[in-house]
Design a protein around this ligand. Structure first.
Ligand code: SF4
Length: 345
C-alpha cells in the first residue's frame, strides 16, 4: 500500500528518526535488492547565466546587460565535454538561465552539432522553465518544442526548476518563473514524446511541510500517469548571496534533510531511484542518507556553478565517492544518465 499524504505529513512531523529510516530502507531494499549504490561521472555545463526571471533563491543568474553575463561559445562547450569524456564521463547536464534572445534554432543547431561530434555522449539538457522560454520565444507549443529538441539530439530532460510545486510558494520565491502546472506539463509532454526526465525538490525555502507533501503528491500522480521519471532528487536551499537568504535565517538541518529524503523514498515508491546528495549536506550526511532511502549519490560533478554561487563549494572525485559508498556498507557501481548499471561487474 502506498503511503497516504496524511501519513507522509505525520512522518515529517514525527521525531522517530530511526523508525523512519528503517521504513525508507525497507522500500529501498524492495526496489534495489542488491547492496548496490550507484553514482555517475558527468558535469554540469551552464551555457549561459543571463536570465530574465530574478528568482530570489538564485545567486547564479545575471540580468540582461550585466558585464558578468555570458553565453559559452560552441568550442568552449566542446572543451568541457572532452574533459568529461577523458575522466570516464558519459554525459552532461546542460542548462542555463532563461535567455531572452535564444530561440529554437539556436538550440537545434547546438544540439545537432554536439550530437554529430559526440554521438555516444548523453545530452541531459534544458530544465522545464527553459523549454517553456524557448517555446514562448519561438511561438511553438510545448510538444512542438520538445519534439524538435529531441530530433536535434536531446536525450533527456533534468528536473530543475521544480523548487516546490505549489504556486503559493512559487509566487513568493520565483514570481516570474513557470507555475507548478506548467512545470508538470513540460515533463508530461517529454514523457509522451519518449524522453525520460528526473524530478527534483528544493526545500527549506520557507515552505510548510504541507507544501512539501503537495509537491510529492503531484510528482507521484504524474509518475502514475506516464512512468517517465527515472529518479527523484531532493536537495535543500543554499542561502548565501541570495536575496531570499536574508529572510531565511537558518539553513535546513541534517535531521530535516534525512526525514524529507526518507519520506520521499517511502511516498514515491513508483519512482525507482532516489538520490542522496553529498554536495549540499556533505559526504558524512550522504552516507547516513543511504540508510534513509537513498540508492544513488549523483555525480562527481566535475563542474558545478549554481549551488556554488550560493556558498556551497564542496567538491569530490570518483575515488572519494566510491570510498564513501564502501565505508557506508554498500557496493559502488557506476551508472549512466538513465540509471543503467552498464558498468556492473
Ligand atoms: S533559478 Fe534559473 S530561472 Fe531562476 S533566476 Fe536562476 S537561472 Fe534564472
Amino acid at each position: 500500500m502506498p503511503l497516504s499524504s496524511v501519513q507522509a505529513l505525520d512522518w515529517l512531523r514525527s521525531d522517530d528518526l530511526i523508525g523512519l529510516g528503517m521504513e525508507a530502507s525497507a522500500v529501498r531494499r524492495r526496489l534495489h535488492p542488491g547492496n548496490v549504490v550507484t553514482y555517475q561521472i558527468d558535469r554540469n555545463i551552464n551555457y549561459t547565466n543571463i536570465c530574465t526571471e530574478y528568482c530570489s533563491f538564485c545567486a547564479f543568474y545575471r540580468p540582461v546587460g550585466s558585464p558578468e553575463g555570458y553565453l559559452l561559445p560552441f568550442e568552449e562547450i566542446c572543451r568541457k565535454i572532452e574533459e568529461t569524456i577523458a575522466l570516464g564521463g558519459t554525459g552532461a547536464l546542460m542548462q542555463g538561465g532563461l535567455h531572452p534572445g535564444l530561440k529554437i534554432d539556436y538550440y537545434e543547431d547546438l544540439l545537432r552539432r554536439l550530437k554529430t561530434r559526440y554521438p555516444a555522449f548523453h545530452l541531459h539538457c534544458l530544465s522545464a522553465p527553459e523549454v517553456l522560454n524557448i517555446a514562448e520565444l519561438s511561438g511553438l507549443t510545448i510538444e512542438e518544442t520538445i519534439a524538435r529538441l529531441r530530433d536535434s539530439g536531446l536525450d533527456s530532460i533534468p528536473g530543475a526548476g521544480a523548487e516546490i510545486l505549489d504556486d503559493e510558494v512559487r509566487e513568493r520565491i520565483a514570481r516570474l518563473k513557470c507555475s507548478a502546472e506548467e512545470w508538470l506539463a513540460v515533463h508530461r509532454a517529454a514523457h509522451r514524446l519518449g524522453l525520460r526526465t528526473t524530478a527534483t525538490m528544493m526545500f527549506g525555502c520557507g515552505e510548510t511541510l504541507e507544501h512539501r507533501v503537495h509537491h510529492l503528491e503531484r510528482i507521484r500522480r504524474l509518475q502514475e500517469e506516464t512512468g517517465g521519471f527515472t529518479a527523484f532528487i531532493p536537495w535543500f536551499f543554499q542561502r548565501e548571496h541570495t536575496s531570499l537568504g536574508r529572510f531565511i535565517k537558518e539553513e535546513t538541518t541534517a535531521v530535516d534533510y534525512l526525514k524529507t529524503l526518507a519520506v520521499s523514498r517511502i511516498y514515491l515508491d513508483n519512482i525507482e531511484n532516489v538520490q542522496a546528495s553529498w554536495l549540499t549536506p556533505g559526504h558524512k550526511i550522504c552516507q547516513i542518507a543511504l540508510r534513509f532511502g537513498g540508492n544513488d549519490v549523483g555525480s562527481i560533478l566535475i563542474e558545478e556553478n549554481v549551488v556554488s554561487a550560493a556558498g556551497c563549494t564542496r567538491t569530490t572525485n570518483e575515488e572519494r565517492l566510491r570510498q564513501m559508498i564502501q565505508d557506508a556498507g554498500f557496493r559502488p557501481v557506476k551508472r549512466d544518465t538513465l540509471y543503467r548499471n552498464y558498468f556492473l561487474n
